[in-house]
Design a protein around this ligand. Structure first.
Ligand SMILES: *Cc1c(COP(=O)(O)O)cnc(C)c1O
Length: 386
């Protein structure tokens, strides 16, 4: 048994890449912004728009204040409003559904699959049929979430959505850098939202986000809604409702620096995930990544029946971990009135999932220790059961 390495073990590491990129590069970039004075949606944000559109292969990218803003701006751009149904996973971070409620639409929750943890296309079809049969809401948008960085079943979801006259907004807050059948996140669905919150795969040092689209019309709408629905012709005429959704220029400068090491970081996350996949006991059920796809591994999340016991055991052994997410969105207080469907898989996942340390700077001796410590737990459990 390997002893606990004599260094802190982190679930995420939001600082380590500073050493590799060089703090002086961040400081120089900040100095440039201090001098030019364009602090909100300044020149660096436009540089980032271009860099991210190129990286994703999408025509347009518009940076904004956060991932939640990005989701909300996309819905505003499509004029989603009261009376519209927005179909969304419940096994996710609250913002995936919050955006629908913010614009006055009705979030309709869809169950997840037990192995991929992503939206179940069969349940999506059922939910749409139910809404149509009831005849009160107009089905408008599907928001599939690449949970923990892993791409959803997009072929199936896009087909169902488009057949029903709906748009697809990918919530790629955790999956920037992921690949679905050769296409990168940002260019898979009608529009995509991502987040640069510090614990996401591509991150800034505060809040930030971006909306990806492939039509000029959608992108112009996003840009207008980002500044209170301003008319591009007359800046004193606000022609629709919007928000304060601009990106802080300092955060754009951070993302531009982080992009330099992003591909290497994705590779390193992938290598660690493969070790976990191969070396962790089969007692822990691994998240299934779809064939021909690559996760961005924002989190590495297993599930097992003794989740709470495992969590206590790992913490006792100095291994940080977290239950993402212990409470499906449809069961949370503010969402009670939209708790209208049975989501049995989602309910089980919330009780069985556990995310273990995953970041590109997780040393191999720390990986050894995590794997051995977890496997000891599994062995005890399996011996008892035998
Ligand atoms: C983080 C996250 C968001 C929201 O991003 P913020 O930048 O924190 O607003 C939305 N959806 C998912 C799935 C997320 O993980």
């Amino acid at each position: 048994m390997t002893n606990k390495p004599n260094k802190p073990i982190n679930l995420f590491d939001v600082q380590a890449s500073q050493k590799i990129i060089g703090q002086e590069n961040f400081l120089n970039a900040f100095q440039t912004i201090l001098n030019h004075g364009g602090y909100a949606q300044g020149p660096e944000t436009k540089e980032l728009d271009t860099a991210l559109a190129n990286y994703s292969g999408s025509k347009y990218c518009s940076t904004c204040g956060s991932g939640t803003d990005a989701l909300t701006l996309a819905l505003m751009a499509w004029d989603v409003k009261q009376g519209d149904a927005v179909f969304v996973s419940s096994f996710t971070f609250v913002a995936s559904a919050e955006c629908a409620a913010i614009v006055g639409a009705t979030p309709v929750f869809v169950d997840s699959k037990p192995d991929t943890y992503t939206m179940d296309p069969a349940d999506l079809q059922r939910a749409i049929d139910e809404v149509k049969k009831e005849g009160k809401l107009t089905p408008k948008v599907v928001i599939p979430v690449d949970i923990f960085g892993s791409p959803c079943e997009y072929d199936e979801i896009i087909k169902i959505a488009h057949e029903n006259g709906m748009k697809v907004l990918s919530d790629a807050a955790q999956s920037y850098g992921s690949v679905y059948h050769g296409t990168r996140a940002g260019n898979i669905t009608d529009m995509t939202a991502t987040s640069f919150y510090p614990t996401k795969p591509l991150a800034c040092y505060g809040d930030g986000g971006a909306v990806f689209s492939n039509t000029n019309e959608e992108n112009e709408m996003v840009k207008s809604c980002r500044v209170h629905g301003m008319s591009p012709e007359d800046h004193y005429d606000n022609v629709r409702l919007g928000m304060t959704g601009r990106m802080n220029t300092f955060q754009a400068a951070v993302v531009l620096q982080k992009l330099k090491v992003f591909d290497q970081e994705l590779k390193d996350r992938y290598t660690i995930a493969k070790r976990y996949d191969n070396e962790l006991s089969p007692y822990f059920r691994k998240q299934r990544i779809l064939d021909n796809c690559q996760s961005a591994y924002a989190l590495y999340t297993i599930n097992c029946d003794d989740r709470d016991e495992l969590m206590a055991y790992l913490k006792e052994n100095g291994i940080p971990c977290g239950a993402y997410y212990p409470r499906p969105v449809h069961t949370q207080t503010a969402y009670a009135k939209w708790n209208t469907r049975k989501l049995p898989v989602c309910k089980i996942l919330s009780k069985t999932v556990l995310s273990i340390p995953m970041h590109p700077y997780l040393d191999s001796d720390v990986q050894d220790y995590i794997i051995e410590t977890m496997n000891k737990f599994a062995e005890n459990k399996m011996n008892k059961a035998a």
